[in-house]
Design a protein. Structure first.
Length: 116
């Protein structure tokens, strides 16, 4: 399996970034695609998720109204549009592709830094 994130970087508070994550060679049928993040000294937390077929979404309270998750099933790719970024959004962002039960695959992570 090969899961690759891209799109991270340094942005000023109030700015925007769009993360992408493409998967290939997965050995299972994907049920849900998710973005997680991990800030320094903190545990990894779920940011947003989207059900692959139905398209229904779920967001952490801290990002509701600012982040939008979407997917392109033909490309096995999930996106995270991040607007109105805040310093507390800083961290390493990971994508995850998971089956309905059991197996999942993680990307290597992409750094997002929000700072003036």
């Amino acid at each position: 399996a090969h899961v690759v994130e891209s799109g991270g970087g340094l942005v000023q508070p109030g700015g925007s970034l769009r993360l992408s994550c493409a998967a290939s060679g997965l050995s299972f049928s994907v049920y849900v695609m998710s973005w997680y993040r991990q800030a320094p000294g903190k545990e990894r937390e779920l940011v947003a998720s989207i059900i692959r077929v139905a398209g229904s979404t779920n967001y952490a309270d801290s990002v509701k109204g600012r982040f939008t998750i979407s997917r392109d099933n033909a490309k096995n790719t999930v996106y995270l549009q991040m607007n109105s970024l805040k310093p507390e959004d800083t961290g390493v962002y990971y994508c995850n592709f998971r089956a309905i039960l059991g197996p999942s695959s993680w990307g290597q992570g992409t750094q997002v830094t929000v700072s003036s």
